[in-house]
Write a protein that binds this ligand. Structure first.
Ligand SMILES: [Zn+2]
Length: 602
């Protein structure tokens, strides 16, 4: 069928006037389900009105489009209209009205933005402030965003909680700018932008998915992990400039996670194998802080901090050590906060200065130092992200022996003695106690504890976190939604196109490992192969611990690399059959609902 000859169902034209809310949309949905529009899929929850026109998203033979009935062509800044012939006559209330169709894929950024900014403003993201959330990393936005919005709608209906932090990827790792994506040749699987999703694309894909699913209850769009790194001042300065460019691309987002943890001075930490002496600390304290800052920091931390059941006091030596460890990174955070404010033209946003990828576990006092510094200097954090010792896409160890192995080679000397001394060798109660202590610190600053690397955690861990934070938490996942898509591919019939695509991705990933493309972890590829794990990604329900953990961690990076035919794997994944997409969405939705049921258990 040709769009221009499409007949409008009378259900649509009849709703051109009169009240409009979700119950009206529900009855519209019923009418459209029985309407005679072959090859057309309607998104009735998108139905809305602006001026004298109504709008609804639909697909015709798989092509995403937007229909306008009434009003003038190009209303509200929409572009590339096609007028429908022969409509408007004999359709009741709307007699004499014209109808137009516009391209409306997630890549039709102008039309998607025009809809959200000028037709129905309820689809724009908003800051999260003190709301709890599951922040969902959508590495395949067109596949998983509809599923995630669906999940959040169900959760809202069932619990009254709106946990929607729907649009999220790391801004300088999983994503990057459009130019940088265009320059990526697929030869380095760990170069920024391995999802081939740009910062601007994810934002628009979020609007698009929100509109099509009719999610009018508010959601957060997060640009995660803007990472500053560099071995010296010149490299760091260059990295900061690049991060600022990424921030400008992310101006529409409402939550920003900065990551300056790579400039922490670990030698100032007593957990370091060779910590700096008091004299060295004194010298660096003088170097890194101006006389005014030195006087200020002592005064700022002179009073006790009463956080929940605990009271924390800082002595002068401790203040100096913490300042030497953190001040370079804190000053970078101040600078980045100001860039975000500028990019947002003063509009509100959530600030999340992350510590979660630090080498050391975050102590309550460190968290206080970090948050108080930023708050006192006018850059308060709404989200407070410590390092809890989580590894991405992996379960947290449940036994003493497993924890010992898991924490081997880590700069976490305090963990085993604490587990043994205070928790009878049980890792999870120890974790829960740490989370509770840190959540109390977050609350002291009117912040929400933000849990990173949340993918793959088992129910007991989720319930412990939910209870320790008393439901005020931000829980981040990324990668797991993608892994559920890969599960579907890997389970497909041997010889099927999707199974062959999966096998080629696995082969490419192992070839990169053989060339040491993943640093130290490259060696794991051969180890997991040799130990008979094959290309199995493990049981999703139990943290994938039985799977090939090399692939669990790195297979996703193949999306931005090239297949045998010279095309990016991303292209093959974008062309998956409907049935695979539907099954992946079903699993994505179930996963988010499952997470919520454990994290927010009553
Ligand atoms: Zn993180």
């Amino acid at each position: 069928m040709n769009t221009e000859e499409m007949l409008l169902p009378s259900a649509l034209t009849e709703y051109a006037v009169g009240p409009l809310d979700d119950s009206v949309r529900a009855s519209l949905a019923q009418r459209l389900a029985t309407a005679e529009t072959p090859g057309v899929t309607w998104f009735p929850q998108s139905f809305t009105r602006a001026g004298d026109a109504v709008f609804i998203a639909f697909e015709e033979s798989g092509a995403p489009l937007l229909l306008q009935y009434g009003g003038a062509a190009g209303a509200c800044g929409l572009s590339h209209p096609t007028e429908l012939a022969g409509n408007g006559a004999g359709h009741g209330a709307g007699q004499g009205n014209k109808a137009y169709v516009y391209p409306f894929a997630s890549t039709d950024r102008e039309n998607v933005a025009a809809f959200a900014e000028r037709i129905d403003l309820t689809f724009l993201p908003r800051p999260q402030r003190d709301r709890p959330a599951i922040a969902s990393g959508n590495r395949h936005p067109e596949v998983s965003l509809p599923a995630v919005f669906d999940a959040f709608r169900d959760i809202l209906r069932e619990t009254g909680l709106n946990l929607a932090s729907t649009v999220q990827l790391s801004a300088t790792r999983e994503m990057t700018t459009d130019d940088e994506i265009a320059r990526r040749d697929g030869r380095n699987p760990t170069a920024p932008g391995h999802t081939r999703v740009s910062i601007r694309h994810l934002y628009h894909a979020g609007l698009w998915a929100a509109i099509r699913s009719g999610f009018r209850y508010g959601y957060t769009a997060e640009a995660d992990h803007f990472i500053v790194s560099g071995a010296n001042d010149a490299e760091i300065a260059k990295s900061v400039e690049w991060v600022k460019e990424a921030i400008r691309h992310a101006a529409g987002y409402t939550k920003f996670t900065t990551d300056t943890s790579r400039v922490f001075d670990l030698r100032a930490d007593m957990r370091h194998p060779q910590p700096l002496s008091e004299t060295q600390i004194e010298e660096l304290f003088q170097q890194r802080l101006t006389p005014e800052e030195r006087a200020w920091v002592h005064a700022a931390f002179s009073k006790p901090f009463d956080c929940g059941a605990a009271s924390y006091r800082f002595d002068a030596a401790e203040i100096k050590r913490l300042a030497v460890k953190f001040v370079p990174s804190l000053k970078l955070n101040e600078e980045l906060f100001d860039s975000i404010l500028q990019a947002r033209h003063g509009a509100q946003f959530d600030f999340e200065p992350s510590l979660d990828e630090a080498e050391t576990l975050t102590s309550a006092k460190e968290l206080i130092f970090y948050m108080h510094w930023l708050k006192e200097r006018g850059r308060p954090a709404q989200l407070v992200p410590p390092n809890l010792g989580f590894k991405k896409r992996q379960a947290y160890p449940e036994t003493r022996a497993a924890l010992e192995k898991y924490s081997h080679h880590k700069m976490w000397p305090e963990v085993m003695p604490r587990v043994d001394g205070e928790f009878a060798g049980n890792p999870i109660p120890e974790l829960k106690d740490r989370v509770r202590e840190l959540a109390d610190v977050a609350r002291f600053f009117d912040g929400t504890l933000s849990i990173h690397s949340g993918s793959g955690k088992q129910p007991e861990v989720l319930r412990s976190i939910g209870s320790a934070t008393r439901g005020r938490l931000n829980y981040k996942i990324s990668g797991e939604l993608q892994l559920r898509l890969f599960d579907v591919l890997s389970e497909a019939r041997e010889g099927s196109a999707e199974r062959r695509l999966y096998d080629r991705m696995v082969a490419a990933c192992e070839r990169f490992a053989a060339q040491s493309a993943f640093g130290e972890e490259s060696a794991l590829a051969a180890q997991y192969r040799a130990s008979g794990h094959g290309s199995y990604l493990g049981d999703a329900g139990s943290g994938r611990v039985d799977g090939n953990l090399f692939l669990v961690f790195w297979l996703g990076n193949m999306v931005g690399c090239k297949d045998e035919d010279g095309r990016f794997f991303k292209q093959g994944l974008d062309e998956l059959p409907r049935s695979v997409i539907e099954e992946s969405r079903r699993r994505n939705k179930e996963y988010v609902k499952w997470l919520a049921s454990h994290l927010f258990a009553q």
